[in-house]
Structures are given as structure tokens and as C-alpha cells.
Design a protein around this ligand. Structure first.
Ligand code: CDP
Ligand code: MG
Length: 725
């Protein structure tokens, strides 16, 4: 990573925590500027939180004694229950606005079910932009309903579903409901669809909204089948309701009054170059000086979360005896479901919880007990650079958040009492932020969504969307689908395109998997693709331990590059602790020797075991699709590398580059000069041709996930012939 230098600096600076704590009191904050995020700039807001208020959000015993039903009744939304249900009953589409934590997501589906709006056996679907939110909400609401997950309350996310015949409330990702359209274009099983977190304007939410509008015309329209009308509820945490209302022919807007206490906001006096380090210092300043109350830190991504987690743990051990214990709880999209419980659990008396979260904690998930927020002002944003280089590519860069996000983040501190938000950026920086984040449809790659729409007989350009995508992004997606063979030259969907859409994978990975059929290597390509589809990288890029991690993984290294290296690691993992690949079904519950041996193996090899387990469950799902699509999931070529590489090259045809006489690599389907990422086993190698998973753009364009392929492949890849045509 090009950020290696920065990380090293960070590590060095962290050697002296005490010094920082002693002389750096709130140097990242405390210029004492309160501003707009608090509705009532509290008279009690002072630069030192008043100690007698501490009980408000300390290790509060209150929630523990109240029953779960009592908690439900105390939510702000409960007061307006009757009126709310009446509005939704009376309107085809309702836009529901309310502060985060008021109870929209957990209560509205239950209210509607109990009011009979789902009929005798109909479904209420609630969509979330993030899978981890769908999982945790289903668990919570199932608990409130007193039934196991998969009973009355279930969930469906990509590669994982728990719903039964009796399921009435279904928490799901917006993407999953989008996929259901393929089999049920009118979503006829659903009586109510609740589109939650609509303000986030993810691509899938936008596509879903467009489809819901179409479905309403059919199911509720005058000519339509009125026996099965659909109700739509759009829920949002921010004040952008008019746009949604206008989109749905001036739908009714309903407000839930929340419970928001004043939040005192501090800005940094100077800009911070190293936000992880600044967050570390600010946390310990709070921890040492301030009354009880949990701390929520917003960070851009998993790597920063893990690095701050380690740093806090390191310094927490050096605190003087008697200092409150620190409980670090990470929270990010890729987190395993069972880990979510720790976030909601009450903080033990005398301890302080420190939650390290991505923007998932902005609105999707409310965490009780938070009194202090530390906001780095950063988030990861996916952005597609259409046509910028060759076919265009996705970037996932850490960027400044928008003002709306900053306000949401600050608001998290004022849920249960007056709170404090420490912004690690200046007030000028806050004012310079964009007012709101751009809808994803305007900045992301569209190939996967376009393929799905084509399967529905829809055309992205003709769909009625809240915001129409860029022409260039549309043509780039069309080109990708054409090169992958999903579209023919008349832009019509091919058999291949249909088969690709059957797999819940990005088009390139689906194409690689389908190519494995004739090449006889489906078993291997499944292994590889499952890891690539997981939510985090397999190999842990161990910062200052880079040398050790490279050494530990040396035995997996395959001369052909990263894809087969990854396959070697998957095979090695399966062989550990006596558990072969077939042991996977029992693995989750298995507590014995095999389990701990595998854990130890993963640690020793700097391999992310969570990713391996996630990949196994992805693989199991894909095997199911393979069976339906006529692929033999057991077809294997053993150690023969070429068929596997050729299958991968079918999917990654657009991601190929050739070695130039001057030693650089130049894209085959674009003009860009790409460098092999230093984390690759192919870094510094000179081979005639490469394929890669993705380009990442930092100070230069890096190819990541690189394999060497024989130049002769180009002759057999349809994509290249298509381009020539
Ligand atoms: O959607 P909205 O932000 O309005 O609120 P919600 O997600 O329905 O959350 C209502 C309450 O349920 C919050 O106080 C959460 O802390 C609590 N909750 C929980 O305890 N466990 C969960 N898994 C989800 C929510
Ligand atoms: Mg919510």
C-alpha cells in the first residue's frame, strides 16, 4: 500500500501515549464552538461536561430492568402509533421522516403487521442498504416478537437467507429485493414494502424506487389487478422528504418527533493529517477526563478500525491502576452477524465502551449508551471513473463526508442525554463540506445493475429514476456487458447474459465461473470467486509486519500470481486441523481442536479467517446456482493452472495489460499505464501479460489481484475478437 509510510509514522507516534495525554489535553478539540447540529444549543453546554449528568448515560441500569415490551412502548414513535398506522392505511405511498433511534425501523413493520396491513398471509419487506443492518434488525425484532429468527421475522441478504413459511416481516438488503424482481416482477408476495434509509440513495435503493413506482401503477392502477394492492413506505432520517414525495406523485409526508438532546460540538483547531492518531488521543482524553458514557468513533473503513482497535488496546493496558476499563467494539459492514450482539450489550459497570464504526452507525443502527462522538470526517466512497482510463473502473477512496453526515454523526451523542461531539477537523472544513452526499447512481459502475434490469426487460435509460445516471457511465456499462458476451451487437441480452445474471456476483466473476464449465475447473474457480466476492481481502496486510506476513505466506505463492496463491491458501486452510473441505457444514458450531487449529493457522499466516468462513458460505450458495445452471461444481483440473487462468481471463478480459518495452504495463482495452500493487505476489515481476481484479487509484494507477497469463490467451478470448469486430 502506498499508505505504508503514513502507517509507519502513525505507529511511531503511538509509542508515547502518556506524553500525548499529558501535554495534549484536547488539542484536537475544545475550541468550544457549538453549532447547528444541536437543536437547542444547551445552556448547560460547557467545555467540561457536568459530572452530575453522568448518570444519564453511564452504565445505566434503566434498560436492564425494563422489559423489552416496555422499551418498545417508550420509543418516541410509540406515541404516534395509531395516527401513523392510519396514515399508512389511507395512503398508497407514505414518506416517513424521523430522527435516528426514534423506532422507525424496528417498530413500523410490527405496527403494520399487528394492524393487519399485511393481510392474512402477506409479507412486509423492509430494505436496508447494508447487510449487517438487515441481520441485526431481524434479530432484534424477532426478539421483540418473541420468536426465533426465521419465524415471524426473517431476513434475506446476499448469500444468506433465513425465512420460513410463517415469515411475515422480512428484513433484507435493497439488492436482495431487487433480485427477487427477477422471479416475481410485481413483488406479488409483498403487501407492504418499506424502503428504509432512503436518504442514502444507494444505487439499489434508487433502482428499487423506480421499480416500485412501476409496480404501483400495475398493482394499484385503475386498469390493474386491484385485488392485490401494494403499499409503500419510504423512511428517511434526514430532511429530504420532498424529493421522495414528489417522485411518488406528492405522497403524504409524516414526521415522527424524536428525542434529541443538545450536543456540544468541538472542532479541531487545526486540520489533522493522521485521523487515526488524532482519534486515539481524543479517545484517551475523554476516557481519562470525562464522566462515564460510551464513545462512538466514526472511521472510514475496516483497516482504520482494526488499527485503532489495536492501538487503544495497547495503551489501555498502560493506564494507571483504577482507571476505568476500556471495551473496544468494532462495527463495520463485513462484521459477522454474531459479533453484533456486543454492540448492543450493556456496558459493564465501571467500564467505558468504545465503538469503532463506519458510517453504518450514522443512521442504520442506533447504539445505546453513547455520550461522546469522535468524528474523523472521513468515509469510504465508491466512485466509478467512467472512461477516465480505458473501460473505466471503480475506486474506493477515503473522502471527506458531507455536512448532512457530520450532523447525523454528532446527533448520535444526544440520544439519551446531552452529549459531546469532537470533530477532528476544523470548523472551516465543516463549512466547506458538500451539503449532502451525491446519489450513488451518479458515481458508480452500472454493469451489474444494468444486466439485472435487462433480465427484467427494462432499460436503464428508459427507467423513471429519481436521478438519471451519466451517459458515459451507461455506455461504459454497456461496453462491459458486450465484451463479457452478455449482450450481442444489437444490445440484446444473450443466453450467456441470462446465465450470468443468475449468479449473485458482479458480472466479471459470474463470467469467469461460467467459463469454467467448458474448461472443467468449476471447483477451483468457485474457490477463487467465493473469496473474491467476500467482503474483505483474504490476506491481512500487516502494516509494519509486512515482512513477516510475506514470509509466512511464502509457501502458498504460486508462480502464476495472486489468484492461484489465493487458491493454495484456501486449500491449505481446508486441510488444517483434520477438517477437510467437507467439514465445513459443522464448522460454525465446532468448538474442538479443528476449530482452534484453524484459527491459529490463520493467525500465523496473516490470513483473515473470517473471510475464509464467509467464502465457504458464499461457495455453498454458488454451488446451488451452479446446479441450476448446469455447472458441475465438482469438476476439477487439479494442479493444472492454465484452465483456471483462462476461465478467470474470460471474466477479467477488460482487466488485462501487456508488458511494454520500457517495463511498464499498458491496458489492452484502454490507454492507462498500470503498476502492479506492492501487495501482489507479482509485484516487480515482468511477465508478458497480466490480468487483474481491480485498479486502485492513489497517486498512481495500481492493479490489484494480479495473475500472469500466456499471451496466447488473447486469441481465445471472445472479448478481444469482439473488440476487433
Ligand atoms: O429506525 P430508527 O433509527 O428510528 O430506530 P430503530 O432502529 O427502530 O431503533 C429503535 C431502538 O431499538 C433504538 O433505541 C435501538 O437502540 C434499539 N435497537 C436495539 O436495541 N437493538 C437492535 N438490534 C436494533 C435497535
Ligand atoms: Mg432506522
Amino acid at each position: 500500500m502506498s499508505e505504508g509510510g503514513k502507517q509507519q509514522r502513525t505507529q511511531q507516534k503511538r509509542q508515547q501515549p502518556q506524553a500525548n495525554l499529558d501535554n495534549g489535553q484536547h488539542q484536537a478539540s475544545q475550541d468550544g464552538t457549538a453549532n447547528g447540529a444541536s437543536k437547542r444549543p444547551g445552556p448547560q453546554a460547557t467545555s467540561t461536561p457536568p459530572r452530575k449528568k453522568a448518570r444519564l448515560s453511564g452504565p445505566a441500569p434503566a434498560p436492564a430492568v425494563s422489559s423489552i415490551q416496555e422499551q418498545r412502548r417508550l420509543l418516541p414513535i410509540a406515541k404516534g402509533r395509531e395516527a401513523l398506522v392510519a396514515e399508512i392505511r389511507a395512503n398508497e405511498v407514505t414518506v416517513l421522516l424521523g430522527e435516528t433511534g426514534s423506532g422507525k425501523t424496528t417498530q413500523v413493520p410490527q405496527y403494520l403487521l399487528e394492524a393487519g396491513l399485511a393481510g392474512a398471509a402477506g409479507l412486509i419487506g423492509i430494505t436496508q442498504p447494508r447487510r449487517v443492518a438487515a441481520l441485526s434488525l431481524a434479530a432484534r425484532v424477532a426478539l421483540e416478537q418473541g420468536a426465533p429468527v426465521g419465524g415471524t421475522v426473517g431476513y434475506a441478504v446476499r448469500f444468506d437467507e433465513r425465512c420460513g413459511a410463517g415469515t411475515r416481516i422480512k428484513y433484507m438488503t435493497d439488492g436482495m429485493l431487487g433480485r427477487e424482481l427477477l422471479g416475481d416482477p410485481l413483488l406479488s408476495r409483498y403487501k407492504v414494502v418499506v424502503v428504509d434509509e432512503a436518504h442514502e440513495r444507494t444505487l439499489r435503493t434508487d433502482l428499487l424506487l423506480a421499480n416500485l413506482k412501476r409496480i404501483l401503477r400495475v398493482r394499484n392502477g385503475e386498469s390493474g389487478d386491484n385485488r392485490n394492492p401494494l403499499k409503500v413506505v419510504i423512511m428517511s432520517a434526514t430532511l429530504d422528504a420532498e424529493k421522495f414525495s414528489r417522485f411518488f406523485s406528492n405522497a403524504k409526508i409524516v414526521y415522527v418527533k424524536g428525542r434529541q438532546h443538545p450536543v456540544k460540538i468541538f472542532h479541531a483547531v487545526q486540520g489533522q493529517t493522521d485521523y487515526v492518531d488524532a482519534a486515539l488521543r481524543t479517545f484517551f482524553q475523554i476516557h481519562v477526563d470525562q464522566p462515564p458514557g460510551d464513545v462512538l468513533v466514526f472511521l472510514p473503513g475496516q483497516e482504520d478500525i482494526e488499527s485503532l482497535d489495536a492501538a487503544i488496546m495497547l495503551f489501555a493496558r498502560q493506564l494507571p491502576a483504577g482507571a476505568p476499563e476500556v471495551l473496544v467494539v468494532p462495527m463495520f459492514a463485513a462484521l459477522a452477524g454474531e459479533k453484533m450482539g456486543r454492540i448492543f450489550g450493556a456496558t459493564p459497570r465501571g467500564a467505558r465502551k468504545c465503538i469503532l464504526a463506519t458510517n453504518i452507525a450514522e443512521t442504520s443502527i442506533t447504539i445505546p449508551g453513547v455520550r461522546y462522538v469522535i468524528d474523523t470526517g472521513k468515509a469510504k466512497e465508491k466512485r466509478f471513473l467512467a472512461g477516465a482510463v480505458g473501460g473505466g473502473f471503480d475506486t474506493l477512496l477515503t473522502r471527506d463526508i458531507a455536512r448532512a453526515n457530520a450532523m447525523q454523526r454528532a446527533g448520535r451523542a444526544g440520544r439519551e442525554g446531552p452529549g459531546f461531539c469532537y470533530r477532528l477537523y476544523t470548523e472551516d472544513a465543516f463549512r466547506a463540506m458538500a451539503p449532502a452526499a451525491e446519489p450513488e447512481i451518479l458515481r458508480t459502475g452500472l454493469a451489474g445493475s444494468m444486466l439485472q434490469l435487462l433480465c427484467l426487460g427494462q432499460d436503464l435509460q428508459e427507467l423513471e429514476l429519481m436521478d438519471a445516471p451519466d451517459v458515459e457511465a451507461v455506455s461504459s456499462a454497456l461496453r462491459t456487458l458486450f465484451l463479457l458476451g452478455a449482450l450481442d451487437s444489437t444490445r440484446a441480452l444473450t443466453e450467456m447474459g441470462r446465465a450470468m445474471a443468475a449468479f449473485p456476483l458482479e458480472p466479471p466473476l459470474a463470467r469467469a465461473l461460467l467459463a469454467s464449465k467448458e474448461l472443467g475447473c468449476t471447483a477451483e474457480v468457485l474457490d477463487i470467486v467465493s473469496v473474491l466476492a467476500a467482503s474483505a481481502p483474504l490476506f491481512i496486510d500487516a502494516g509494519e509486519q509486512r515482512g513477516a506476513s510475506v514470509e509466512a505466506r511464502r509457501k502458498f505463492v504460486h508462480p502464476a500470481g495472486d489468484h492461484l496463491t489465493l487458491l493454495n491458501a484456501v486449500h491449505a486452510y481446508a486441510a488444517v486441523g483434520g477438517g477437510g473441505a467437507d467439514a465445513k457444514e459443522t464448522e460454525e458450531k465446532e468448538e474442538g481442536v479443528g476449530r482452534s487449529a484453524r484459527k491459529e493457522w490463520a493467525r500465523a499466516h496473516f490470513v483473515n479467517e473470517r473471510v475464509l468462513r464467509e467464502a465457504r458460505s458464499i461457495r455453498a450458495q454458488l454451488v446451488g446456482v451452479c446446479a441450476r445452471e448446469g455447472l458441475d461444481a465438482r469438476a476439477s483440473v487439479g494442479d493444472d493452472a492454465d484452465p483456471m487462468l483462462l476461465a478467470l481471463a474470460h471474466g477479467l478480459a477488460q482487466n488485462a495489460a501487456l508488458l511494454m518495452p520500457d517495463g511498464t504495463y499498458k491496458q489492452v482495452m484502454g490507454q492507462a499505464i498500470v503498476k502492479i500493487h506492492p501487495s501482489s505476489t507479482m509485484a516487480d515481476k515482468k511477465v508478458p501479460a497480466i490480468i487483474y481484479n481491480e485498479l486502485v487509484y492513489t497517486n498512481q494507477i495500481y492493479a490489484r489481484g494480479v495473475s500472469s497469463i500466456p499471451k496466447s490467451f488473447f486469441a481465445s478470448l471472445g472479448a478481444f475478437n469482439r473488440r476487433a469486430a
